[in-house]
Design a protein around this ligand. Sequence first.
Ligand SMILES: C=C(O[C@H]1C=CC=C(C(=O)O)[C@@H]1O)C(=O)O
Length: 391
Amino acid sequence: MSLIGAHVGLAPAGSLLAAYRADSCFVFSSARGALLAEGAYFTVSSPPRDGGLADLAARVGGSLRGAAAAGHEHPIVVGAVPFSSATDACLVIPRSVRHAPTLVPPGHHLRYKYLLGREEAVPHPESYVEAVREAITHLRSGRLAKVVLARSLRIPFDGRLTPLLAALARHDPAGYTFAVPLRDGRVLLGASPELLVSRRGRNVAANPLAGSAPRSADPAEDRSRARGLLESAKDRHEHALVVDAVAESLRPLCGTLTVPAEPVLTRTATMWHLSTTVTGELADPGVSSLTLAAALHPTPAVCGVPTEAARRLIAELEPFDRDFYTGVVGWENASGDGEWALTIRCAIADGSVISLFAGAGIVADSDPEAELAETTAKFGTALRALGLTHA
Ligand SMILES: C=C(O[C@H]1C=CC=C(C(=O)O)[C@@H]1O)C(=O)O
C-alpha cells in the first residue's frame, strides 16, 4: 500500500508516541488534537532572505495546491519557522499523517532525577543581568517601549527524545507540545503555552501572553503570586503592548475583531501568565493561517516595540543565535486552516548536547534580577521534562 497521502484515522494518543521516531517525525499536540507526520513528500523551500514570511506563506499555499493536484489525498504542511529570515524555515508536506486526541501520556509528574551542574549558561547570568540593565537604559531613553531578551543553557544530554517529548506533553497537556526534525539532524522540542494564531474556516484566534510570574509549590504563595501578577502595573503594560500589536496586525484582515479589555490569568506547570484571547472573523476567507502568522510575527511577546529597533537591540545584546527559538511551529491544511504556536519553552537537541532557551519581556520599569529569575523559571518547562532541576 502506498503511504503517500495516507490519513490514518484517529489513533489512541499512546500509539502516536509509540510511532515517534525523532529523526523523521513531526509531532504537534494541542487542545484541538495531536498529529504525527512522517516522511517528506515535498519540502517547501525558503524564499530569498528579503522575501519574508508572507512570501513563505504564499509558497506553502502553492505547494499544498500542487500536492492536491498531483493526487496527494490529504496534503498538509507541518514544521517550524525561525525567528529571523536569515535562517531557512523547515516546512514539509509529509507522506503520511496520523491523528490522535491531545497527548496526555501517563506517568509521574515531578521526577527530578538530577541536579544541574554541568550546564553552560550563554550568557552567564551576571552578563544577562547586565544586558537587561543596558536594555533598560535604552527603554528609559524612549527609543523603545519593550524588548525581549533571552538566554540559553547548554546541557550534556543522553539523546533519548521520546521520553522527553512524553514528559513535555504530560506536564503541560493544555499547551502546544511539539517535536520537529530539523534538516541538519537536530531536533526542536518544546511545550509552548502561546498560540500565535489559528484559523478554522473564517474564525481566527490569537492568544498573546506577556507578563509572567514563577509558580510556587506552596498553594497560598502560588495564589498570591498570581494575584500580584494580575495587579502589577508593569506586567499589564508589558501585556498591553503585545495585545495592541496583535490587534493592529489582525484588524486589516478581519471583518470583525474582539479584543477583551482586561487580561486573565493562565498557568503552565511552571509559570503564571497574563493572557488575552483575541478572536475575529476573516474578511477574505482566502487568507491562510500562515499568512495570518506572517502578519503577526514577530509579536512583542518575543521581539519588542517598535519591532525593528527591538530586533537590532536583540542582535546587539544577545550573544547567541536564536535560530528556531521564538519562531513559530504548527501546521496548515489545503483549505488554509491551521494552528501556529510560538516556539518558546523549547530546546534544540544536537547529539549529546541539548540547548534550552528562555526570554523575558523588558520594559522601562523592569527589575534586572527579577527578569533573570523569570528566565530561570521558564527553563523549568524543559528542565523538569529532562528530570533536571536547579540546585
Ligand atoms: C519569550 C518567552 O516568553 C514570552 C511569552 C510569554 C511571556 C513572556 C514574558 O512575560 O516575558 C514572554 O514575552 C519565553 O518563554 O522564552
